[in-house]
Each structure stands twice: as structure tokens, then as C-alpha cells.
Unconditional design. Structure first.
Length: 210
């Protein structure tokens, strides 16, 4: 289980921003698909870290020019697939379909990175009426594994002024623990599609175990 492997919400490590995690997952010439891409700002943001890379976007919003307008129309293979603050806008069934499609689109050994509101910080989910499905960190990690991925990392995303950090992470921490709430607004889950080597090793193991 994800919760037993990664611990409770208080044991999930903190990262300042999503791109602090993301920049370690890519490199120059990496192939990236962003789902729910909005204004395609990720392309410019990550070019500052990786240099030139192959970026494709998928979004139902026709105000911007996207490469694809629905997940089932996406073609190609990608080293890295990103979906930031979008999976909470779909139903659980739609989310499973989305992640299963992403698994097909990832190259063997490829990765997926997803952010969503942290349900231990309720206002971040409840303030948007278009949010349909709240995902706890362990539920999202479990859903990734159900769709074939290995959940490799989970982060709480939090960045604030030094004063607010001290108040929330030191002074208010015992109160947060008692109330069962968190100061981090978002979570980020990273998954990896098994490589051919991983699949071959698993097949040999299963054969020996028979």
C-alpha cells in the first residue's frame, strides 16, 4: 500500500514548487506531453532548465493552439507526461482512463508527474466549484499503480515567506497535527513506467516461482 510505503501525510517530503521536482526528471531533447496545458507556459518555463526539448500540449480549451484537444487523440511516445492541477476536474473513472492512456503513451522507463490539491488543506480543493474528485496522496499513488506505473515519489508542495514558514511549520505544527490538516496546498506524485528490462526480470521471476 502507498500509505504504508510512504508514511502518513506528515512524512511526505516538502518541495517548494512543482518545477523544482520536474526539472530533475527531464533534460535537453526530452519529449514531453502536458495534459491540461492551458497557455502552454510550461514549455517556456522548462526551457530555462533543460534547453531545447520536444513539447506537446493537450487541452480541451480552444482559446489556445494545442497539439491535441482530447487524450484519446494523442499520438506519439513521450519520455515525460505532466498533468498539473487537472485530474481533480474529472471523475474517478475518467481519471483512470486518462492515466491508462498516459501509460500507453509513455516510453518504457518514461515518467509521469501529477499535481492536485492537498485534501489535508481543504480550502484549496473546495474553493473551486469545477473540482469533481478529491484525491488523497495515497489514492493517487495507488491509482497510478493500478494503471501500470510504479509510484516513485510523492511530495507536498509548499512555498511561503520565512515568517509564515516559521509560524506554520513550527508554531502551528502541533495544532495542525491534532486537527488533521496540513499547511501544504498541493501534492505532487511521480510515477515510472517499467522498462523492458524490468518487465523481462519480472517475467523470469514469475517463471522461476511457478
Amino acid at each position: 500500500m502507498i500509505a504504508s510505503r510512504f508514511g502518513d501525510i506528515w512524512k511526505i517530503p516538502i518541495a517548494r514548487r512543482y518545477y523544482d521536482v520536474l526539472r530533475k526528471l527531464g533534460r535537453e531533447s526530452v519529449t514531453v506531453l502536458e495534459i491540461g496545458a492551458g497557455d502552454r507556459g510550461l514549455e517556456k518555463k522548462m526551457a530555462g532548465y533543460w534547453g531545447k526539448f520536444d513539447y506537446r500540449s493537450c487541452d480541451i480549451d480552444t482559446r489556445y493552439e494545442h497539439d491535441f484537444n482530447e487524450i484519446d487523440s494523442v499520438t506519439g511516445e513521450f519520455d515525460l507526461i505532466c498533468a498539473f492541477e487537472m485530474i481533480e476536474h474529472v471523475t474517478l473513472e475518467e481519471a483512470q482512463h486518462l492515466l491508462s492512456k498516459c501509460f500507453e503513451l509513455n516510453v518504457p522507463g518514461g515518467q509521469i508527474a501529477i499535481t492536485t490539491p492537498n485534501i489535508y488543506y481543504p480550502p484549496d480543493f473546495l474553493r473551486d466549484a469545477t473540482h469533481r474528485t478529491p484525491f488523497c496522496y495515497d489514492e493517487l499513488g495507488g491509482l497510478l499503480q493500478l494503471c501500470g506505473y510504479e509510484t516513485t515519489a510523492i511530495y507536498r508542495l509548499y512555498h511561503d515567506s520565512i515568517v509564515k514558514k516559521f509560524i506554520k511549520r513550527v508554531l502551528m505544527y502541533p495544532i495542525f497535527r491534532v486537527l488533521g490538516i496540513d499547511f501544504a496546498h498541493q501534492i505532487m506524485v511521480v510515477g515510472r513506467k517499467p522498462s523492458y528490462t524490468d518487465e523481462a526480470s519480472a517475467a523470469v521471476f514469475l517463471k522461476q516461482d511457478q
